[in-house]
Design a protein around this ligand. Structure first.
Ligand code: BTN
Length: 319
């Protein structure tokens, strides 16, 4: 009931809803409506009540539970099913498990804290309680497995757009999937797949966003940042997450209808790697040269000083 009421109030985007309209919608008495409003207030919502006008939400608490994520969400299927956990080892692990148990496309797993957050190349991902967005999205696209990396690039564009919409901040992409703000890492994306050689069962896209951290551990404090540090104010995590899901759904539908090309152009517009002299460090060696662009499968093309073009599938990039 509280979730339904919240969704109704949030959908009005700050406009008043009459007590009568709420009681009709919820199928309960006006006294019951008032009790539910009191419950919301106890949970940290500021709800204004004016006689003959009704109720409106004027402040949301910075929570990331199922109710907050779903309230006012306008997507068709991305985030329609949300699994929220307060503390987990990794949202990726839960996503893998429920994807093989038949979770539907668009299911999102989100946690307030990860004790074993996973980054790329087997690195840990710092995921402290209550301050970031730690989420995994389950997709079931009917595309060949070799095209799955394109979804990582699509995700980067969706995240950048969502962040811009909610904060006005402009981020950059460092190939393949680091999102930087003022040169420091703000977001990491980890794409994993359950597939046969010729068929995808599920793609699990893990997104970690540093939102309201004030500090980072010694070992990453020079290279990591948060939206709060850059914007100078606390940011509502649920609103950022909603904007990203809306942007994701639009881009995903474009991708399924028209293929990767329009997404590639959008990605290139944000990429700071392309056209620059870089060093690509892989596990076995390091290559210096000009980043010429990406292929349709998201592979980086690097031209070395002898003019040889190298295809880089996975590496750390330095400028
Ligand atoms: C990177 O190394 O840049 C990728 C980091 C991805 C972190 C996210 S947080 C949510 C999801 N769960 C994880 O354990 N990892 C991803």
């Amino acid at each position: 009931m509280r979730s339904k009421l919240l969704q109704m109030l949030m959908a009005q985007q700050g406009k008043f809803v009459s007590g009568e309209a709420i009681s009709n919608y919820l199928g309960c008495s006006r006294t019951a409506v008032w009790k539910h409003i009191e419950e919301l207030r106890k949970a940290g919502y500021k709800v204004e009540a004016i006689p003959r006008k009704g109720y409106r939400v004027i402040h949301q608490p910075n929570l990331l539970t199922k109710n907050e994520i779903k309230a006012g969400l306008t997507t068709k299927y991305i985030g329609k099913n949300v699994v929220y956990e307060q503390s987990v080892s990794s949202t990726q692990e839960i996503a893998h498990r429920i994807a093989s148990d038949g979770a539907e496309e668009g299911t999102v797993i989100v946690a307030d804290e990860q004790l074993g957050g996973k980054g790329r190349l087997g690195r840990p991902w710092f995921s402290p309680i209550g301050s970031g967005i730690w989420m995994s999205l389950i997709l079931k696209p009917k595309i060949p497995p070799q095209q799955a990396p394109q979804l990582t690039l699509l995700t980067a564009v969706a995240v950048i757009r969502g962040i811009k919409e909610q904060t006005g901040l402009h981020c950059d992409i460092k190939w393949p999937n680091d999102i930087l703000l003022n040169g420091k890492k703000l977001v990491g994306i980890l794409t994993e797949m359950q597939a046969d050689p010729d068929q995808i069962h599920s793609v699990i896209i893990g997104i970690g966003i540093n939102v309201n951290q004030d500090f980072f551990p010694e070992e990453i404090k020079e290279i990591a940042t948060s939206l709060k540090i850059e914007k100078g104010e606390e940011i509502n995590r649920a609103s950022v997450m909603q904007s990203i899901m809306v942007q994701f759904e639009q881009l995903y539908e474009l991708f399924l209808d028209e293929g990767f090309l329009p997404i590639k152009h959008m990605w290139e517009a944000h990429a700071i790697t392309i056209g620059r002299r870089i060093t690509a460090r892989t596990i076995t060696n390091s290559i210096q040269g000009y980043a010429k662009g990406i292929t349709d499968d998201g592979v980086l093309l690097l031209e070395d000083d002898l003019g040889t073009i190298h295809k880089i599938y996975s590496a750390d990039i330095e400028f």
